[in-house]
Design a protein around this ligand. Structure first.
Ligand code: PLP
Length: 434
């Protein structure tokens, strides 16, 4: 029988080091919120394959849809022979994404590809070249998406030159406000700053799109004040700039609404989705105003595997399961419990500098010192490793990798959730004593 150790040795021999691995284990099977490794050890999954398994691992209905589809056909390429699941899913996403206007949807394979297509469409439709992105943003690893991503090491380092015409402004990261202000007396200066930005970085009439995560994912589960996006959106509208919401990580119920922008009451011109859209199958969707989406010429958009029928069928089943399993209200309950527990940790352990969240997207930022807010990067890594040893899988986030970001499947049971939180508490306790 292969062990984690023997597989790791093979992995190291055959696979480049550049592909990071958080945990030294190999999966044998996974169901719901539990992953079993090749040695038979069970782990509670607070990572969800980086936010992909909101409906749980191997959901029965997703499995049924996929099994049915693979008996019929697996790939024809939508550009060669069309198929109904693509059309049906596009129709559904046009209905459920925020925005009370006619919409159209196209599919790609990954979040990064979704982001790239959104930018292409915005450039084509506006005839402009510039894109405004944010500090601490993560939009993917392909070269345009990577250029939009903020974190230098390890993501961008050594991969220059980056795509041109990208301009970056601070995000509404209240715990570490770039302007040294405090909410609410700041009067959301960081959003109105966009107007100054047009004078100092790029003229508004050169900007095709502003792309933003409604809650920073990889950037550390940072939740902006409620007013933030309305202000940004209005400035974009006034200046003919396409407002793109990157809902790749926030989407599909993570924040207890299907899309996080719904909390902020804005209607993006384009919404990008991926991750939990298709229950683990690689699929991204770009949904936007019909007139924008229709702008590029025939053949200007697409890809060989884009909108694979098996992935589309999986996504249709995911949408049904959101209703059947009441996953939005589950997300709310999970979020409440995690927030409560993380706040308890904050009271007990000085290392917990900040706790924040929206729905089940709750983050805990670890610092060496609460006054200086020096990120506790090494300690965060130790915490994650310790939790893994104790049977809980977690990942970190943040430009300094000092934020705990649980992305557990929303089907997690009460007991599993309690046990996972208990393990974090025990690990914090051990680290506190060393
Ligand atoms: C907000 C956001 N956008 C885009 C991406 C890129 O997605 P993918 O890794 O599927 O290319 C991610 C991935 O973590 C993400 O969190």
């Amino acid at each position: 029988m292969k062990t984690n150790e023997s597989l790791l040795a093979e992995r190291n021999q055959h696979i480049p080091q550049g592909l990071f691995n958080v945990h030294p284990i190999f999966a044998e099977k996974a169901r719901g919120a539990i992953i079993t490794d090749v040695e038979g050890k069970e782990y509670i999954d607070f990572a969800g394959g980086i936010g992909v398994n909101n409906v749980g691992h191997c959901d029965d209905e997703v499995l049924k849809a996929v099994q049915d589809q693979i008996q019929k056909y697996i790939h024809t390429c939508f550009h060669v022979v069309m198929y109904e699941p693509y059309v049906e899913l596009a129709k559904k996403l046009n209905q459920i994404t925020p925005g009370n206007f006619p919409k159209k949807t196209m599919f790609a394979n990954s979040g990064a590809e979704g982001v790239e297509n959104a930018i292409k469409i915005a450039r084509h439709a506006t005839g402009r070249t510039g894109t405004i992105a944010f500090e601490d943003a993560f939009h993917g690893r392909t070269l345009l998406a990577l250029s939009l991503t903020s974190k230098m090491k390890p993501y961008k380092f050594g991969f220059a030159p980056y795509a041109p015409e990208i301009y970056r402004m601070p995000y509404a990261y209240c715990y570490r406000c770039a302007f040294g202000l405090e909410y609410p007396s700041c009067e959301i200066h960081c959003a109105y700053f966009l107007r100054d930005f047009f004078h100092t970085h790029i003229s508004a009439e050169q900007v095709a799109a502003l792309i933003v995560e409604p809650v920073l994912g990889e950037g550390g589960f940072v939740v902006p004040p409620r007013e933030y996006f309305k202000i940004l959106h209005k400035i974009c509208q006034d200046n003919g700039i396409v407002f793109i919401a990157d809902e790749v990580q926030t989407g599909f119920g993570r924040t207890a609404k299907m899309f996080a922008v719904e909390h902020f009451e804005v209607e993006p011109d384009i919404t990008v989705m991926a991750k939990s859209l298709a229950g683990g199958f690689p699929l991204s969707a770009i949904t936007g105003r019909a007139e924008l989406m229709d702008h590029p010429q025939v053949g200007g958009l697409g890809g060989t595997f884009s909108g694979n029928p098996v992935a589309c069928r999986a996504a249709l089943a995911v949408l049904e399961q959101f209703k059947n399993l009441n996953l939005l209200s589950k997300a709310e309950k999970i979020g409440k419990k995690v927030l409560e527990k993380f706040r308890e940790f904050q009271e007990h352990y000085p290392v917990v500098g900040d706790v924040r969240g929206l729905g089940a997207m709750v983050g805990m930022e670890l610092v060496v010192d609460r006054k200086t807010k020096e990120p506790a990067t090494a300690l965060t890594k130790r915490l994650i490793n310790l939790c893994c040893e104790k049977g809980l899988l977690m990942i970190s986030a943040g430009t300094h990798s000092n934020i705990i970001r649980p992305l557990m499947p929303l089907v997690i049971t009460h007991d599993q959730l309690d046990e996972g939180l208990k393990i974090i508490g025990e690990a914090l306790d051990e680290l506190h004593q060393t």
